[in-house]
Structure formats: C-alpha cells, structure tokens
Design a protein around this ligand. Structure first.
Ligand code: GLN
Length: 489
C-alpha cells in the first residue's frame, strides 16, 4: 500500500510488530501527510518532526516489543497535556512559551507503550468552547468541509485523526469536548468514566468533570488506546484504583448487541434536533435492533437544566483553576506594570482571551458570598438530580443512545459571537460529565442533505467501558464504512 496512513491503528500496529514497516516509515508517512493536509485544516499547534523521527529510529534499533502495545505508532495529543520538551500552550497566549518539565501520566503511558508523539493538537483556549474558534493561535477547519468548524474543544484532535495525520489522538472532555469533535469530524471519540484515566499533567478546567480519552478511526482503536491510558495513578487523587480490563478482548462484533436494552431518552429525540441528524441516528438504532437489541423509551427529565447547571459548575471550577496563571509562576508576564496587583491584572488581561475572561468573571460571581447559595449550591443540587435520572434510567435499560449534537458541523464564524447558542451545542453531552459516566460518539453516516458526518452518542454505565465499547463495536460492524473526508481535495 502506498499510503500507510490509510491503515487503522490496529492495522499499523500489526504491520509494525511484524516489521513489515519500520517505526521510522510510519512516522515519515504521518509527517508527509501533515505537510500536505495541515495548510488546509490547521489541526496542530506544534509538530515534533525531528524529535519524533529520532524516537522512531531509536525504537527501530531496539525492535518491536510485545509488552508495548503501541510500539512505533504515531499519535497526537491535545495541547492541554504536558509533555517534556514540548510546548504546552492550552491554546492560550498566557502559556505561549510554556515548556513543561514533565509528562502528563496519559502521555507517559503512551510513551511507555511505544507510541511516537508527533504533534500537539489545537484546541479552544483552556478547553473552553465547542468549535476550536477560541484558540488564541488559529482556527482549525473541518476536513469534511473546510468552511466549517471541527467541533471543540478538542477540534484539533478530531481533525488530525480524520485527516489521517496520525493513528489516534488524545482529547479531553469536560462537557463534550471529545464527543463533539468526534461527531463533527466523523471519528470515534470516547470519554471514559470519571476516575478511569489519571489527569495528572493535564491543565485543569473543571476538575469535577474533566476526563482524558481517545479520538480514533475505529472502535477497536479506541479500545486499544484506552487500555494503555487507563488505570490508577497516585498523583491524581481522583483516579480510581480498579483493574484495567483488556478492552479490545471485550469486542465481538454484532453479537454484543443481542438482548441489549437501548434506552432512547425522549428529551434527545425530538424538537430542536436537525432532521438529518435524527434520521442517521435513528437508522443506526434500527440496525442495532436488527441485530437483536431492544429499544426502551426512557426519560432524563432534568436535561433542560443541564446547560445551566454545567456552566455554573464548570465556570466556578475554572475561575479557581485559572487563578494560578498570575504572571508569576509560568507563562506570560506584563513587563510594564508598576506594582504587583497591576502586574496580575495586565498579565491576565493580555494573556486570556474573551471567552476565558467571561468564564472567570461568571465563575467568580457564582462563588461569591451572597450568590453562592443561589447559584453554585443550587447547581450542585441539580447535578445530583441529573445523576439520579441516569440511575433510574439504567433500571430499565443497559445503554442509552441519542444524537451527540443537535446539528452537524456549523460554518466557521456562524456561532462564535453568540456564546449562548454555542453553549447549546453541548445540550446532549454535558449531562454525562455531570454524572461522571462514560460515553462514546460513533460515526453513523453522512447527513443526506449536507453530506457531513453524524455522530450517535452512546452512554455507558460507570466503569463499564468494556460493555460500551462492545456495543459500539457491534454497531460499527453493521454500518457502512465511512468514506474519506471530502474537504481535503
Ligand atoms: N463546550 C463545553 C465548554 O465550553 C465543553 C468543553 C469541554 O468539554 N472541554 O465548556
């Protein structure tokens, strides 16, 4: 095959392990692909060309190792994850020149598994956004239609996978930021359960919501990456000390769907959802039924409150997490300030973009004495009710399905000046983060009018990623293969 990048992660891994190709060849193929596609999509904030070739050559010298499941596989990580000797900007001017002295645990695990990190993916500044238009450096474009957004905040991760620049990417998901770009870019995006993957070395946004997970071109690829990055880490006190199953071993095709009760929440399948999104998602559920699944009507009655609840909690946590960027410890410092408070103000005003500043202001407000009870405490109470909605739903079903987003990818510039409409893009994804559950966006085809990818969101049960992946793998096998993205020429 002339272009190695058309292989999936699982295929390239087998070719590498068999020494049919070298790690250097795999890395060169991705770097060449980056060179031709990057001018069209701007998915990456940095490319580690020389360093990744050196690493690939070192791996080749050692030879494949069966204990390293990603031996020689080129991957990209979102620029919110620290990696040694690699800029980690979070898409923000305030961290423009920050080079961390250590690896995030997820990055270290990828490296230990033999992966070659070839680049860092563009993102909405500090993971705040749904379109990757909030990056301080560039706007990533959707490989299916370069006039449209790739989704966000892990839009660079979605675009780089869809454009075949790498075999997998890591993203982070606080309120949908893995699943939404996966849906818009036609790839698989998995947000693991809260506590499944260590966040050590991930720049925090909403600490009670954030999770790291893979974006890939197949469900099996996602299972492979999750097996590598999951697991307990004493450096993240929220990571759970539970064994990591071999997720790929749980995959068995459409058989996994037999007898599975799929709950369809009324709130996700009606008014306000684009008809072509509904049609593609419905057809996928029908395919699951034809393989022996059963459909159950369910309700998640507090869905209407999810946006308000999420944005209060996420902004409150963000305002606290972002307090550390003060011009003293890392990143940008304004040199013209006359005294300390002035220096804080000027550095933060220059360093943070509009959306981040908006969130710091609102987050500080909802936590302030006098408003805490009305907003933050109330949101925490509603969060409990949202969690209970899922507990009750899972008494009647095993899996929950609905669209990942009410619309397909929207035009660049179309929504960015209207923050409330942008927040509405998250209506179907954020409840999952509030409840701490795992979720996966599966590409289920192209909308019949727009020709853009549609994602079906599958919600799993806490720490049952194996079952979620098995169901997604079963459904994937029943659907036609996704074609190549149309926007790359
Ligand atoms: N769009 C949501 C937000 O802006 C989710 C972002 C995310 O998951 N990181 O907060």
């Amino acid at each position: 095959m002339s272009d190695l990048t058309t292989k999936t992660l699982v295929e390239i891994r087998a070719a590498l392990a068999a020494r049919d190709i070298s790690a250097e060849e795999a890395t060169r193929a991705c770097l060449a692909r980056i060179e031709t596609t990057e001018p069209k999509i701007d998915a990456l904030l940095s490319v580690q060309g020389e360093a990744s070739l050196a690493r690939a050559r070192a791996l080749d010298a050692e030879g494949p190792d069966a204990r390293k499941p990603l031996w020689g596989v080129p991957v990209v990580v979102k620029d919110v994850l620290c990696a040694t000797n690699t800029p980690t900007t979070c898409g923000s001017k305030i961290l423009e020149n920050f080079v961390p002295p250590y690896d995030a645990t997820a990055v270290a695990k990828l490296k230990d598994a033999g992966a070659v990190i070839i680049g860092k993916a563009n993102m909405d500044e500090f993971a705040m956004g749904s379109s990757t238009e909030n990056s301080a450096f560039k706007v990533t474009r959707n490989p299916w239609d370069v006039s449209r957004v790739p989704g966000g905040s892990s839009g660079g991760s979605g675009a780089t996978v869809a454009a075949r620049q790498c075999f997998a990417a890591l993203g982070t998901d606080t309120g949908g930021s893995i699943r939404l770009p996966a849906a818009f870019c036609g790839c698989v995006g998995l947000k693991p359960s809260y506590g499944r993957v260590s966040r050590f070395g991930m720049v925090a946004y909403g600490s009670s919501l954030d999770q790291i997970g893979p974006l890939t071109r197949s469900v099996e690829d996602a299972a492979q990456v999750l097996s590598v990055i999951a697991g307990h880490d004493p450096r993240d006190s929220t990571s759970v000390d539970a064994p990591v199953p071999g997720y790929a071993a749980a995959l068995k095709g459409p058989d996994a769907l037999k007898g599975v009760r799929i709950g369809l929440p009324r709130e996700f399948w009606g008014a306000g959802v684009n008809p072509e999104v509904l049609a593609s998602c419905r057809a996928a559920v029908d395919a699951a039924v034809s393989a022996g699944a059963e459909v159950v009507d369910i309700s998640l009655p507090h869905t209407d409150y999810a946006i308000a609840t999420y944005y209060i909690i996420a902004m409150a946590e963000a305002s606290s997490n972002l307090a550390r960027f003060d011009g003293v410890r890392y990143g940008l410092r304004d040199k013209d300030a006359s005294e300390l408070i002035d220096m804080y103000k000027r550095s933060r005003t220059r360093g943070f973009g509009d959306e981040v500043q908006r969130r710091i202001i609102i987050g500080t407000y909802v936590l302030s004495s006098g408003y805490y009870d009305a907003y933050y405490r109330k949101a925490a109470q509603v969060r409990r009710l949202i969690r209970r909605d899922f507990e009750q739903a899972y008494e009647k079903c095993d899996l929950i399905c609905g669209p990942t987003c009410p619309t397909p990818a929207f035009p660049i510039g179309g929504v960015v000046d209207d923050p409330l409409t942008m927040y509405l893009m998250d209506i179907f994804t954020i409840s999952l983060n509030l409840a701490g559950l795992p979720g996966l966006s599966l590409p289920v085809g192209l909308g019949k009018d727009t020709g853009l990818p549609v994602g079906l969101q599958m919600f799993g049960q806490y720490f049952k990623e194996d079952r979620l992946l098995a169901a997604a793998h079963g459904l994937e096998a029943l659907l036609p293969a996704m074609p190549e993205p149309a926007g790359l020429g």
